[in-house]
Design a binder for this molecule. Structure first.
Ligand code: HEC
Length: 208
């Protein structure tokens, strides 16, 4: 009886030990499994986070590139506009300068014309016809009627118009001969009309 009990106890103990061993093994295995799984999960999570981070980085980079591109386009557009405005302004300014120059030139031309007219009037006393007639007298009487014609005549510069007119009419009619050269003077004035004579007389009287 004693033997049987001891044997039984031994078996129970053995069973218990064996059972305990199995449980421990199982627990260890389970723990190991859990560690592996956790590690795996952690790795997966890390992988996922990394992928997400990469995705986000990629997206941010893309957005940055796009924003840069857009900004560059806007800058280029603005530069283009500024350049075009500057060109326009320059064109406008050049136009204005040209117009002013034109105006100035026109005014200068007008002033020059007026001055020329004034000068002409001063020279001829405004008497173009008289001046034209006198052109054929200058060879003997001088440009300003300041000479003694052929060393014979009086200087007719400063003569009164009526006096000149009377003298010319006398030569034309062949009734005047002061210095013995009345005939020569007749030849000079015979073709002059009364109008020509009046004009040249007025012109001579205006010479200074
Ligand atoms: C070829 C030279 C010559 C030319 C050209 C000439 N004259 Fe004479 N002129 C004379 C001479 C010489 C006398 C003097 C005549 C005389 O003996 O009376 C004279 C006299 C005169 C006189 C009077 C002066 C005086 O001494 O009493 C008048 C005025 C005059 N000439 C005007 C003219 C006019 C105007 C013209 C142009 C249309 C003209 N002459 C062209 C030579 C010239």
């Amino acid at each position: 009886m004693k033997k049987t009990v001891v044997l039984s106890l031994a078996v129970v103990a053995m069973l218990a030990v064996t059972g305990c061993g199995d449980d421990a093994k199982k627990a260890a295995g389970e723990a190991a499994n859990k560690v592996t799984e956790t590690t795996k999960k952690a790795a997966e999570a890390t992988k996922e986070v990394a992928a997400k981070t990469a995705e986000a980085a990629k997206e941010t980079a893309t957005k940055a590139v796009e924003a840069t591109k857009e900004a560059a386009a806007k800058t280029a557009e603005a530069a283009k506009e500024t350049a075009s405005k500057a060109a326009e302004a320059t064109k406008e300014a050049a136009k204005e300068v040209a117009k002013k120059a034109e105006d100035t030139a026109a005014k200068a031309k007008e002033a020059a014309a007026a001055a020329a007219d004034k000068a002409k009037a001063a020279v001829s006393g405004g008497n173009e016809k008289g001046k034209a007639v006198f052109a054929k007298c200058v060879s003997c009487h001088g440009q300003n009627a300041e000479k003694q014609a052929l060393g014979k005549s009086e200087v007719i510069k400063g003569w009164d118009a009526a006096k000149v007119e009377e003298a010319i009419n006398g030569y034309k009619a062949g009734t005047r001969n002061v210095h013995g050269m009345g005939q020569l003077m007749q030849g000079q004035v015979s073709s002059l009309s009364d109008e020509d004579i009046k004009a040249v007389a007025a012109y001579i009287s205006s010479l200074k």
